[in-house]
Design a binder for this molecule. Structure first.
Ligand SMILES: C[S@@+](CC[C@H](N)C(=O)[O-])C[C@H]1O[C@@H](n2cnc3c(N)ncnc32)[C@H](O)[C@@H]1O
Length: 330
């Protein structure tokens, strides 16, 4: 067995071990709002929680249902949606209203899901809540975020100052920053501790990264020409091809399957560039190898690019589990 093969196999083995196929759980009940394909849900199920997802995209719901043991309600959430009792509410509302690649319209953007999250917490009054979003939430929408947090604190929650966590510090082979906000009734929450040993692209997908397959998607000559022109004009010192010896750049639905789908790519030894396969993208997001995505290539890549990396979700879920256990014990 080659060294590349054994490194990728051991990374696979590690995530498959930490994120096993979920069994029916008996732990605290979690509602995962805007659950997508279930990256966040998977981390919580692996930590022993019982999770119900809420998601409007049919393919994402199907992926969630077929991989996780909890249900996923396929519905469009609004501020009038009603929810069952739960110990914890988590969620990753759509990031477009806050992303720096958009207009950052925040609260004024019709896709803003933070109001749904606030309404769910006001209604259910869980012991703990957590939401995550892109770093842009701390930019132009800062005043709106503070208003959201004020409304949650006046109903009795201690709200921790928002934290920026980077997935690369939690066993994910990717530079992916997320703003995480948590609230709870009493006690003191301990954030998960960071792991300094980073996982490179080579360790995660080294076995296939330099190969072309029959169904590989190559960049077109026009894309190659554009890249050459762009790199020359910007005196590019670090080409945007994925470097095998570093963590990957942030995978998003835009740069995996969307408008800028040529931005995450691998340079092959013969000089051709190809896009990631679905399983390579999933692995760089720390999805275990047993996890299967439903839908077209674009739909699968969108689900992957949207997800909270399950290994980051697991670290957060374990901290929340420890916090709730301490509350219960005393
Ligand atoms: C950032 S993704 C969430 C990813 C998810 N937390 C994960 O870890 O896989 C946001 C999701 O919200 C869904 N969504 C957006 N607006 C919605 C709405 N009003 N009701 C239900 N789902 C919605 C989108 O389809 C998308 O899958």
């Amino acid at each position: 067995m080659s060294r590349l093969h054994s490194m990728a196999t051991s990374y696979n083995a590690l995530i498959n071990l930490r994120l096993p196929k979920p069994k029916l759980r008996r732990g605290p009940k979690v509602l995962d709002l805007f659950s997508g394909c279930g990256g966040l849900s998977l981390g919580f199920e692996a930590a022993g929680f019982r999770v119900t997802g809420y998601e409007m995209n049919q393919n994402a719901c199907e992926t969630h249902r077929s991989n996780l043991s909890g249900d996923c309600k396929c519905e469009i959430l609004t501020v009038d949606s009603t929810f069952p009792e739960a110990d914890v509410i988590v969620g990753g509302p759509p990031c477009q209203p806050f992303s720096v690649v958009g207009t950052q319209a925040g609260a004024a953007d019709h896709r803003n899901g933070l109001e749904v999250f606030v309404s769910a917490v006001q209604q259910v009054r869980p012991d703990f809540w957590m939401f995550e979003n892109v770093r842009g939430l701390l930019g132009r929408s800062q005043a709106y975020l503070q208003d959201v947090l004020r409304r949650l604190s006046i109903i009795g929650y201690t709200v921790e100052p928002p934290r920026i966590l980077n997935a690369r510090e939690f066993g994910v082979p990717q530079n992916r920053e997320r703003v995480v906000v948590v609230g709870y009734r009493r006690g003191k929450f301990e954030w998960p501790s960071r792991d300094i040993s980073e996982i490179s692209v080579r360790t995660a997908i080294g076995r296939t990264a330099l190969q072309a397959r029959q169904n590989s998607r190559f960049l077109t000559p026009a894309m190659d020409a554009y890249i050459a022109k762009y790199e020359k004009a910007s005196c590019c010192k670090t080409p945007r091809d994925l470097s095998l010896d570093k963590v990957a750049r942030t995978l998003t639905c835009r740069n995996l399957g969307g408008a800028t789908g040529d931005m995450i790519r691998l340079l092959l030894p013969d000089g051709r560039r190809r896009l990631l396969s679905v399983s390579e993208a999933a692995r760089l997001q720390s999805f275990p190898s047993w996890f299967r995505f439903t839908g077209s290539y674009t739909s699968k890549m969108t689900q992957i690019g949207n997800a909270v990396p399950p290994m980051l979700a697991l670290a957060l879920a374990n901290s929340i589990k420890a916090f709730l256990a301490k509350q219960k014990g005393g």
